[in-house]
Design a protein around this ligand. Structure first.
Ligand SMILES: Cc1ncc(C[n+]2csc(CCOP(=O)(O)OP(=O)(O)O)c2C)c(N)n1
Ligand SMILES: [Mg+2]
Length: 636
């Protein structure tokens, strides 16, 4: 067997640069390089290997959490057909990536994490940044990656790498399993040698499967659709990942079934598609939420059915509602006691379309769908046309960016009040034109994520809309976008604190406690003047060409100028924290203190107790797989 003597780190990089993926006959490189920050736990190992292989490009992030966000955003924009490796030192560099790992795993996007780890040799322990454990010597902070990784391994001998990297690739390229994969790399082992088989470094192409639905299940699914009077589709991220947008459009054109989009699924259809009712769930439109409430059949495609989508299980009130779940992941396919159609979204939609040929929703339902759509367009126009303040309203701020952006451009967001406003109001025109990280809703994702999006498709302008709170949590990658020459359009919406959680606090009776950026006063509370934070100076300081604006006209002009510029720019605008885009026909379960000395909290609790009664136990009350046929068999 031909072998090559290399360090473990060199072998790892040499392997990664040869990994490709293929779907529908299209082959692509899987790893587009490595993001990372070097420290003593990786500089001499992985750091040296990256230096040795410049064709596997090293990118320098400014925070390890950002590395993972960049990689995940890139992967999401590439419909999971490409990603980055993320390298860190041991200790805090490593644990900085845990938030990103959770975010990637929850959103089901592939990222490869390579945290440095404590010496396998052990004799010099405790090393700098080592968590010592009295229980055993095989414990390090990297064990904290286990629950947030879909695959986790520690490479304690250089030859272990050979087995681990192929397992890592199996998971990263599995449509059902993908998420964060962590290979913890002890500092000493990274530099140790082994005679690796040369075959390990040959080009390897991983096929991304499109599993087809089981025939019997497809027949039952078709029966369910044919019997449905008020069906609705919930389109999740799986529609985009599977590149099933065309199949979805054909299916709903043929059947007339309306679509509600989740945060991850928004942009599955253009906003003006006749069957697209827009956002569904807590941050949904009235039409989508009324359709969900009355539906007798919910066809959930590529969605996890999170509480924001199901309005904490209050969204579906038809007593006879049934679920048909099209999903590659078994766990999701079985949710709400649905009929599990375990399959690739595109395959399943195409085959289901053929099986329900001739079916169409009735004229009355079709008319209601059109009316809901029209009313929603009027409502969006109303909010976009607002001329509030200054400070301006966030709804009109979204409207300006939507108007200035081209159909192919991408809006990016993650946390605060923007995800709700964007989910409702953003008019998406092309697939992936809407990029919200709302599986984990990580404050600080926006700018790093925007960079990953831009790198995945530099032909599209990227508009990062970020709240002041999120901005303060992580804005460091502005500098990286300048360093790498990837242009971002950043809009900082300054409302001096947390509009979202402030509003939530009021709704639970707590009057906004702790959600403003204010000085502490003699009362002992944070109830003084607003603390001045110069966001424009911060953006400018990190390298963005920045404009500070106040009126609607100044803002619109600045956004236009920014979109025409050829480098990273920022616009900072104050928005009225109390002027919110309303919620429509939905509810979210946030439990409220059962006892309290504050009147407003007691009142909120009373309202809560009423609302929570609407929650349904769909896992037992909506069985689509009726036991009839099974029991017949048992009796024979
Ligand atoms: C890392 C992280 N910490 C805390 C939260 C909880 N949280 C959600 S939104 C929010 C406030 C966001 O403030 P800002 O970015 O200014 O947006 P706004 O609510 O003002 O629109 C907080 C604290 C979170 N989502 N992520
Ligand atoms: Mg804010």
């Amino acid at each position: 067997m031909a072998t090559q003597r290399m360090t473990m780190a060199q072998a790892l990089v040499a392997f990664l640069k040869q990994q490709y993926v293929e779907r529908d006959g299209v082959e692509q490189r899987f790893f587009h390089g490595a993001w990372g920050i070097f420290g003593h736990g990786c500089i001499a190992g992985i750091g040296q290997a990256l230096q040795q292989y410049p064709d596997f490009r090293y990118y320098q992030s400014k925070n390890e959490q950002a590395s993972v966000h960049i990689a995940a955003a890139f992967a999401k924009t590439k419909n999971r057909m490409g990603t980055f490796a993320c390298v860190s030192s041991i200790g805090p560099g490593a644990t900085n990536m845990i938030t990103g790992a959770a975010m990637a795993t929850i959103n089901r996007v592939p990222v490869l994490l390579l945290p440095g780890d404590i010496f396998a040799r052990r004799n010099v322990a405790p090393v700098l940044q080592q968590l010592e454990s009295e229980q055993g010597q095989d414990v390090s902070v990297n064990d904290a990656f286990k629950p947030v990784s879909r695959y986790w391994d520690r490479i304690n001998r250089p030859d272990q790498l050979i087995c681990s990297v192929v397992e890592a690739m199996r998971v990263l390229t599995s449509p059902a399993q993908t998420g964060a994969v962590t290979l913890a790399l002890p500092q000493d082992v990274q530099t140790e040698i082994y005679d690796y088989p040369v075959e390990m470094f040959e080009k390897r192409v991983w096929h991304i499967a499109r599993p087809e639905p089981e025939r019997a299940m497809l027949a039952r699914a078709a029966e369910m659709v044919r019997a449905a009077k008020r069906p609705v589709i919930i389109a999740g991220g799986g529609v985009l990942y599977s590149e099933a947008c065309g199949a979805l459009a054909r299916f709903v054109h043929q059947t007339g079934i309306p679509v509600g989009e989740t945060q991850a699924g928004k942009s599955s259809l253009p906003f003006d598609h006749p069957q697209n009712l827009g956002a569904v769930g807590v941050t949904g439109t009235p039409g989508a939420n009324i359709a969900a409430r009355e539906a007798d059949l919910v066809i959930a495609v590529g969605t996890r059915l999170s509480d924001f989508t199901t309005a904490s299980k209050t969204a579906f009130q038809n007593p006879n509602v049934r679920f048909l779940n099209i999903n590659v992941a078994e766990m999701d396919a079985f949710k709400h006691a649905g009929l599990p159609l375990i399959a690739d979204a595109r395959e399943a939609l195409e085959q289901l379309a053929a099986s329900v040929n001739g079916y169409h929703v009735d004229a009355e339902y079709a008319a209601r769908i059109s009316a809901w759509k029209q009313r929603w367009e009027e409502e969006t126009d109303r909010i976009y046309a607002m001329r509030h303040g200054p400070p301006i309203s966030q709804g009109e701020a979204v409207g300006v960016v939507n108007r200035v952006s081209r159909p192919q451009d991408i809006v990016v967001g993650a946390a605060g009040s923007l995800p709700g406003d964007l989910h409702k109001l953003w008019r998406t025109r092309q697939p992936n034109g809407y990029h919200l990280e709302y599986g984990y809703s990580t404050m600080g994702y926006e700018i790093a994520g925007g960079l990953g999006v831009k790198m995945a498709d530099p032909s599209r302008e990227v508009y990062v809309m970020v709240g002041d709170g999120s901005f303060l949590m992580m804005s460091s990658e502005i500098a990286t976008s300048v360093q790498e020459g990837y242009k971002l359009n950043i809009i900082v919406l300054d409302n001096h604190g947390f509009s979202s959680i402030g509003g939530l606090s009021r709704s639970i009776g707590s009057k906004g406690f702790g959600t403003d950026y204010r000085y502490r006063t003699g009362t002992g509370h944070l109830d003084g003047q607003t603390i001045p934070i110069d966001f424009a100076a911060l953006c400018e300081g990190l390298g963005a060409k920045t404009t500070r604006v106040r009126t609607h006209e100044e803002y619109a002009q600045a956004v236009e100028a920014m979109s025409a510029a050829d480098r990273t720019c920022a616009v900072v605008v104050e928005v009225d924290k109390e002027h919110r885009v309303p919620g429509y026909e939905s509810w979210w379960d946030v439990p409220i203190s059962t006892v309290s000395e504050i009147d407003t909290i007691r009142e909120a609790r009373a309202r809560y107790e009423e609302a929570v009664k609407m929650e349904r136990r769909l896992e037992v009350t909506s069985p689509a797989l009726t036991p009839a046929k099974a029991s017949e068999k048992v009796n024979q």
